[in-house]
Ligand binder design. Structure first.
Ligand code: CZK
Ligand code: ZN
Length: 359
């Protein structure tokens, strides 16, 4: 028996279907509307729709009910109490990568298995995120050593102990996702052969671990080198023969999607800013309560939201999207333009706020 369409029981199925028909392949689809129409199961709905659009059910002999069983589990393991790192963010990054993969200049670069691995990696890339940063987990891990009499205030600080402070969150997301795959009713990759399953697992781990922001600078450096060599080799990308070069592209693609909020239509971008700041401020509140130094941009009283966004865009997001836009030239021009327009908007807001405060 087939599960409900898109794997979600919703009275607004027709509207969801129409939104996917017009928006699934579009940069800037309203993912918050998807969340509403899909009765707050946006990840299940988006993954189901992408699998259908890319004919993955047939290509990889996956029964829709197995997909729904697995991604319902994954969705439940995203903490919906997180203002930012929740299933909507996972659905957003997954749909964004689906669009990036459609760029004409990288058509035929990736195999179907590489595309499956990329979509899967995005869907699970932040699963069970605790709503705090790696730094917070590392700082609190030693807390119990310092104050052993404190009851374990949260299971999260066990994570840094578990992963020895190395890409703590990203290791956790991968482990949880693959653990959930062991459930017999969720055996998504049962019909792949052993080689394919091993290749997919390695690719997913490589992509998810690359979403650790501390890897950003080295990832971007690799991307720039690739763009330089691509220029030299007459603009074709097809010389991606070895795994490492192909994986660099896939890692940067997922990283771009993960940092795509400022490059989306302004109403979506500002909605994400509100959510991420709320999550950072919650962390700042906890750091204050614990007597820990408050992380950058996490202090509710002193943070300058607009200014932080301008810096985030200027130092992290724009350099990354500039390199990606060059790699897939001219397919991502409109995305870079939106990013630059949004940056100017935050800049004007920041200046207006500045002018207000000195009156
Ligand atoms: C829409 O804007 C953002 C969307 C997503 C993120 C984002 C997601 C994951 N991260 C990584 C942090 O969890 C870890 N960082 C290490 C540096 O210190 C701050 C914490 N960041 C940040 C965003 O803006 C920031 C908040 C104000 C300006 C920058
Ligand atoms: Zn993310």
């Amino acid at each position: 028996p087939l599960p409900p369409k898109f794997g979600v029981e919703t009275p607004r199925l027709a509207e969801l279907s129409d939104l996917f028909d017009s928006g699934l392949d579009q940069w800037g689809v309203d993912i918050f509307l998807v969340d509403e129409l899909a009765c707050h199961k946006p990840l299940c709905a988006v993954v189901y729709a992408i699998f259908e659009k890319r004919d993955f059910f047939n290509k990889f002999h996956i029964h829709p009910s197995v997909l729904v069983n697995y991604f319902s589990q994954v969705e439940q393991h995203y903490k919906q109490e997180n203002p930012y790192h929740n299933a909507i963010h996972a659905a957003d990054v997954t749909q964004s990568t689906h669009v990036l993969l459609n760029a004409p200049s990288i058509a035929n670069v990736f195999t179907e298995l590489e595309i499956l691995a990329s979509i899967f990696a995005c869907a699970i890339h932040d699963v069970n995120h605790p709503g705090v940063t790696n730094q917070f987990l590392i700082n609190t891990a030693m807390y119990f050593v310092t104050y052993p009499n404190l009851i374990p205030m949260n299971v999260e600080s066990e994570l840094a102990i578990m992963y020895n402070d190395m890409s703590v969150l990203e290791n956790h997301h991968c482990a949880v996702a693959f653990k959930l795959l062991q459930e017999p009713s969720s055996n998504l990759f049962a019909s792949l052969d052993d080689i394919q399953r091993r290749q997919l697992r390695k690719m997913v781990i490589d992509m998810v671990l690359a979403t650790d922001m501390s890897k950003h600078m080295s990832l971007l450096a690799d991307l720039k080198t690739m763009v330089e060599t691509k220029k030299v080799s007459g603009g074709c990308l097809l010389k991606l023969d070895n795994y490492s070069e192909k994986m660099q592209i896939m890692q940067n693609m997922v990283h771009c999607a993960d940092l795509s909020n400022p490059a989306k239509p302004l109403p979506l971008s500002t909605h994400w800013v509100t959510r991420v700041m709320e999550e950072f401020f919650n962390q700042g509140d906890r750091e204050k309560a614990l007597g820990l130094p408050v992380s950058p941009m996490c202090c509710r009283e002193t943070a300058n939201v607009e200014k932080s966004q301008v810096s985030f865009i200027d130092f992290i997001v724009h350099p990354l999207w500039e390199a990606w836009t060059e790699l897939v030239h001219p397919d991502a021009e409109h995305i870079l333009n939106t990013l630059e327009q949004n940056r100017d908007h935050y800049c004007e807001l920041s200046a207006a706020k500045e002018a207000e405060s000195v009156k």
